[in-house]
Ligand binder design. Structure first.
Ligand SMILES: NC(=O)c1ccc[n+]([C@@H]2O[C@H](COP(=O)([O-])OP(=O)(O)OC[C@H]3O[C@@H](n4cnc5c(N)ncnc54)[C@H](OP(=O)(O)O)[C@@H]3O)[C@@H](O)[C@H]2O)c1
Length: 255
């Protein structure tokens, strides 16, 4: 098979959480460009509707499913609707996430649970729901959005670091659990990307410059630079890769 054909996702169906903006939107559009039909989910209806329209504009089927990824019933409904309306599911991208900064002693129970529930428990809920379908069909592909912050730490972000480090080992554990069903499970670990999530840090020119100084490639990542990596991991081009974490960080973790 010609090498570029290995990246094609024609006929596959994908679900991207947090697909309304930022990295999730870019991944959803890239998967669609590679040939997949893509359902996107998040809480903001207007944003997921806009992304679903963009996907349809690329000639693929799409669904915009509102869902709070912290809520089991909503997650189960979202996965069921995707499978029913698209006729199946082969690719799950667990991308929804929030960032949180505070000293640990000033962190409330609610903030701790919000971060862990949104960033980590959501991936458990979606992967469990989709996994039952993948196991039945003896095939599937899970891509988890972890972070360079799951590998290296900084102060005032303990819940975020805990959630992303948890995502990395959950990825590896599931890869070992589901190898027998032909289900691959991998993670993407981005560094600093220019999205709404990082705006509070990067909108101050002084802080932005400080961050950029720490990046060997001397710039923030662009969300659209993650799409091709997601296509690679979702496609047969990566058929022998599972339980892996691919860092995409402009060199930050090379220090
Ligand atoms: N940007 C970076 O530098 C960076 C670096 C490393 C890792 N990451 C990871 O990459 C992922 C995407 O980040 P991003 O920068 O693209 O963030 P973003 O622009 O803030 O987008 C986050 C997405 O997650 C959704 N989301 C948040 N809470 C949700 C909830 N309770 N239920 C449903 N959806 C929810 C948001 O939609 P609604 O608010 O509408 O629900 C939105 O679509 C996250 O997991 C993040 O931790 C980002």
């Amino acid at each position: 098979m010609p090498v570029l054909d290995l990246f094609k996702l024609d006929g596959r169906r994908a679900l991207v959480t947090g697909g309304g903006r930022g990295i999730g939107r870019s991944i959803a559009l890239a998967l669609a460009e590679a040939g997949a039909d893509v359902a996107v989910t998040a809480r903001t209806q207007k944003q997921i509707d806009a992304v679903a329209s963009e996907i349809k504009g690329r000639g693929r089927r799409s669904l915009a499913i509102p869902c709070d990824v912290r809520k089991t019933e909503e997650v189960n409904r979202c996965v069921e609707k995707t499978i029913a309306d698209l006729g199946g599911l082969e690719i799950l991208v667990n991308n929804a996430g929030i960032l949180f900064h505070n000293w640990l002693v000033d962190t409330s129970d609610k903030s701790w649970h919000d971060v862990l529930d949104t960033n980590l428990t959501s991936a458990f809920l979606f992967t469990r729901a989709a996994g039952k379908h993948f196991i039945q069909r003896k095939g599937g592909n899970v891509i988890n959005l972890a972070s360079a912050a799951g590998i290296a730490a900084s102060p005032r972000q303990a819940p975020y670091h805990a959630s992303k480090a948890g995502m990395l080992l959950m990825t590896k554990s599931l890869a070992l659990e589901w190898n027998r069903y032909n289900i691959r499970v991998n993670a993407i670990a981005p560094g600093f990307f220019d999205t709404d999530m990082t705006k509070p840090i990067t909108s101050s020119p002084k802080m932005r410059d400080e961050f950029i100084k720490r990046i060997p490639l001397r710039r923030l990542g662009k969300p659209e630079e993650i799409g091709p990596l997601a296509v690679f991991l979702a496609s047969d081009a990566s058929s022998y890769i599972t339980g892996e974490v691919v860092v995409i960080d402009g060199g930050v973790t090379a220090y």
